[in-house]
Write a new protein. Sequence first.
Lengths: 347, 294, 236
Amino acid sequence: MNAKSIRKGITAHGQQPALQMAGYSKLAALFFTALLVAMAVGPLVLPPFWVYQFTGVMAFAIAALGLNLITGYVGLISLGHNAFFALGSYVAVLALTTLGTSYVAAALIAGLVSFCVGLLAGFPAQRLRGLYLALITLVLAVSVAPLIKHFKDYTGGAAGLLFDPPQPPSWFSLSGDAWVYYMVMAFAIAAFVLVRNFVGGSTGRALAAVREGPLAASSMGVNVDFHKVLIFGVGSMLAGVGGAMQAYMVGFIGPDSFTLMLSIGFLAAIVVGGLGTIWGALVAGLFLQFVPSFASDLGQALAGAVYGGILIACMFLMPNGIVGSLIGFARKRAEAQRGAVAGHRRA
Amino acid sequence: MAYLLQQILNGLGDAVIYASLGLALVLIYRTTNIANFAQGEMATFSAYLAWQATDLGIPLGWAVLIAMAVSVVIGVVAYLVIVRPVQYKDELTIIIVTLGLFLAFNSASGAIWGFLQKAMVSPFPDRLLVDAGGVRVSYELVGGILMLLLVAVGMFVLFQKTRIGMALRAAASNPVSAKLVGIPFIAMMAIGWGMAAALGALSGVLVAPRLTLDPNMMGIIIVYAFAAAVVGGLSSYRGAVVGGVVVGVSQAMSMAYLPWLGADLQIVVPLLLIVAVLIVKPEGLFGSTVVARV
Amino acid sequence: MKVLEISDLSAGYGRIPVLHGISLAVEEGSVAVLLGANGAGKTTTLRAISGMVKFTGSIKLDGRELGGNSPDQIARLGVAHGVEGRGTFTDLTVEENLKVGAFRRKDKAGILADIEQIYALFPRLRERYRQKAGSLSGGEQQMLSVGRALMLKPRVMLLDEPSLGLAPVIIDTLFEALRRINGELGTAMLIVEQNANLALQIADHAYVLETGSIVVSGPAAEVASQDSVRAAYLGN
C-alpha cells in the first residue's frame, strides 16, 4: 500500500511536496496518531496557561491552513490574509451579540461570509500576475484597521468589542478554557480533514496544475480562473473560522490585532512550516502563537528582527519549510530503499 | 477656486514624497526585476542616519550627503548578500525575502535608535513663500518640488548621457547581450540598488520633518509609493512621478471634498484608485503590454 | 595560426547531452561555417565558446583556455557573439547599441572611427542612428548585431543563424558585408547557418554537425561538392 501511494503521489504531482499523507512511512502515521491523542488529552494534564496557548495554536493553524492553500499550494501571493482573519472575528462576534446565535453557528456564519468575500477577492487573482496580486492584497491588508475604525458603530471602532467567551455546559467538569480548547480542536480537525479531502482528489490535482502554470493547466482542461477564485474562497473561509476561534479564546477583538504585521506573520509562519503541506499549517500555528511573545520578550525591535531573520534564513536554508523538508527527506529515504525508478524526476 | 488650488498644492507636497520613493522602486525594478517591499524601511533607516549625523553636530546638508553615501553602500551590500542568491528564484521567494528585509531594517532602526519619535529639522525654512488670495505656498513645498526635479534631471543625465548609465540601461534591456559585450552584470545591478537606496534616503529626509522620525514612519508611505509606481507599470519613471501626483492630489482632494468618508477611509481612497488601475490595465497607465521589460 | 581551437567539446543542458566530443578550429583571418539541421547542437557550440553553457573539453582562444570564464570575461578577451534572434538592445538607439558594443574600450577616437566604418558598411544604420533599435526591421537589426560585434574589435566573431527570418535580398547584402569585413578587416568568423548554400559561398572551411557530432569537415569547396552534403543540405 505504501509503495503504490507513493508512486501515485509522485506521478500526480511531480516533484513538489504533495498535500497528502500517502507519502509518509508508517512511522509518521504513528507520530500523528500520538499527536492526536496528546491533543485530546492535553487539557486534562496541562495547566490552564498552556491549554490557552495551545488553543491559540490551533486557531492560528486553521487560518494558516487557509493561506497555505492559497499561497503555498496554488502559488497565489496574498498579503491580505489578516483581512479575512479580522472579518471572521467580527462577523462571529456580531452574530453572537446582535443575532444571538450559538457560538458554533456564529463561527460557521463567519466562515460563510469569509468564503463569499474571499471569492470576490479571488476575481482579481485571475488576471493579475503574482506581484500585482501581492500589491493589491497589500492594499487590502493596510485597509483593514482603517475600515474597522470607520465603521465603529458596528465594530466598536478603536476600542474594540468585548464579549463573553463560550461557557461550558454543566456536565463539563474541566475549566472554561478547556471547553474552548475542545471546541477549537473540533473545528481544527474538521478543517484539516476538509482540506485533506479537498486537495487529495481531482480538485487537488487541478490546483497543482494551476500552480505549475496556467498554460499547462488549461491545456489539461482545467478551468484556471474558476480554481483560482475557488481557492481564494476556501482559504479565506478558513481564515475567517480561525479568526472566530481566536476571538472566542480571547473574549475581545480590536483593530490592533489585525495589522499588516499579522499578514506578514502568516506568510512567515507558513514558509517556516512548509508551503503546500497540511501539517506545515500546524507548525505555522505554533510559530504564530509563540514566536511573537518570545520575540517581544527580547525587546520590541528584536521582534521584527526575529521575524525578518527567520524569513530570510528560511528561504536560504530551508525553502520547503520544516514539514516540507521532512517530507522530502522521507521521500528520499523511501526512494533509496526501493532503489526503483518509481520516484524518478519529471522528464 | 483658491481652496481648490490650495488642496492641489497640499497634495503636491505629499506627491513629491511618493514620487521620490516611487522612483527608487522603479529603478530597482528596471535593473533587477524585483519589487523591493523594503524600500521604505531602508529609507527610514537612511533618515535616521541623517538625524544621527545632525545629532553629532554635523550641518544638515552634509548630514544628508553622508546619509546618502552610506545608503548606497547599504543598498549594494543588501543586494549582493541577501538578494542576489535568490534573484532568479520564484516570485514568492523573492517577495518573502524582501519582506524579510523590510522587517530587518524596521527593527534595526528601532533597535539602534529606539521607538520614541525624534524631531528632524527640515532642509527648508519653515516659512511661506507665497501667501496671497487664500493660497499658501510653503518653502517646503517648493523646495521639495525642486529637489524632485533635480533628481529627475540627474537621473536623465545619468542614464542618457553617461557610459555607465548606458550600461545600466543595456543590462536592464537585455541581460544576455549585456554580458556578451563585456558589461559586468552583477556590478550593474548592485549599482542599481545603491542608487535606489540613495533616492530612498532623499525621500526619507523629506518625510521626516513632516511626520517626525520614528521606525514606522514609512509604513503606509511605501504602499502609496507602490501605488504611484504602479501607474507606470513599475517600469516607467515618468509614470512614477505622475502616479505620485495622482495619489497625493487625490488624497488631498478626498480629505477636502469628501469629509463624510472620515479620516480613516480617506487613507484608502487613493489606494482604491490604484486597485482600479491594476484591474483595468495591469501593465500600468504608462506601461506597455510588451513582455520584455522596457 | 588558429585563433579558435576546440577539442573534444561535450556540452548539454542539465541531464541532456547535446554535443558529444566535437573538435573544430578557426584559422586566423578565415571564415569557418558550421552547418547542420535544427537541434544538431550548433547554437550550443557557440554558447559554450562564449561562456553561456558549461562544457567539458577544451576551447582555446589564441592558445588560451576559455573554460571557466564568465561571459563578460570572455567578451573582454575578444569573443563577439551575435546570438540567434539578433539580441539587440531594443531600448537603446542604433548608435547606442554600437557604443555599448565598445563598452570595454577606452579609445574614444578609435570608437568613433569604428562607428563611422560600420555606417559605411551599413548605410541603413546611419540613416537610423537615433532610432530605438527595437523599431528596426529584422535585417537592420541583424546588421546592427554584426556592427555591435565588430565594435568589440573581436579576435573572432560568432554569428548564430544571421540569415534567419530575412528576405533574400537582405541576406545577400548581409553576407556581402560579412565578406567585406573578413576581407578588409581580417576578422575571423565562425558562422552557424541552416542556409548552407550562402554560408559555403563565403566560407574557407566548413563543418557539418549532426546530432552532436561532426560528420564532415574540410575546405568549403570540397565540402560543398560532396554528394551527401549536397543531398542533405544543398537541396540537390
